[in-house]
Write a protein that binds this ligand. Structure first.
Ligand code: GLN
Length: 202
């Protein structure tokens, strides 16, 4: 399994290390040719305005948009959420977001929140995260913190406003790898398909 990581800016190395922890190979995607043969794509956190500009100038906007429409599993973390939300460069998930809604970098925080993917609290690192301000009916909510939706899935797209790649183990990483495996075997994604983890200490 080869999962591409948009490698124009942001947490590319961290996602690479995270995939390797799960024995999955990551491939940096900088140009359209790098998309050949990938079975999933990660849009990392970073700075969404910079990423949007670099996506346009690298020629990736159209080919990535085509792959998303064809059902390639995609995982957007933090700034990646902004790129996939309504009004974002790929506008593929029926959510609206408010950027930097929790304040500046100094208000970064680690929360152990509950999620639909685990029976035990999940570590979630928030760094200048966007707030999801509305979600359409197609959108499956996977986690909420303090009354805010922080993780969703719509079809083959997973979005987390926090950074699962920065912790040793997150059920969201496992969920995305599972989504890629299912797409590979041509299984239709089923809401809530990712298995719930039991009893893992945080
Ligand atoms: N604030 C950033 C943006 O909206 C996202 C921050 C992050 O990805 N950690 O682009």
């Amino acid at each position: 399994m080869v999962i591409g990581i948009l490698a124009l800016q942001g947490n590319v190395r961290e996602h690479m290390t995270n995939l390797n922890r799960h024995d999955v190979q990551g491939r940096p995607v900088r140009l359209p040719a790098d998309l050949a043969g990938i079975e999933g794509l990660i849009l990392p956190g970073g700075e969404s305005t910079a990423m949007r500009n670099l996506v346009s100038s690298s020629g990736l906007e159209k080919p990535v948009g085509d792959l998303i429409r064809q059902g390639l599993p995609v995982w957007g973390t933090c700034a990646g959420v902004v790129l996939l939300a309504r009004g974002g460069i790929w506008s593929s998930v029926d959510i609206t977001v408010e950027r930097n809604a929790y304040g500046s970098q100094v208000f970064s925080r680690l929360v152990h929140g509950s999620s639909a993917l685990s029976e035990t609290p999940t570590p979630m690192v928030f760094i200048r995260s966007p707030r999801i301000t509305s979600a359409g009916r197609e959108v499956e909510v996977l986690a909420e913190v303090g009354g805010d939706v922080v993780a969703v899935r719509q079809g083959n797209i997973l979005l987390t406003t926090f950074h699962p790649e920065l912790v040793d183990h997150s059920p969201f990483t496992a969920c995305f790898i599972e989504m890629v495996s299912s797409a590979r075997s041509d299984e239709t994604p089923v809401p809530g398909h990712c298995p719930k983890e039991t009893g893992r200490a945080v």
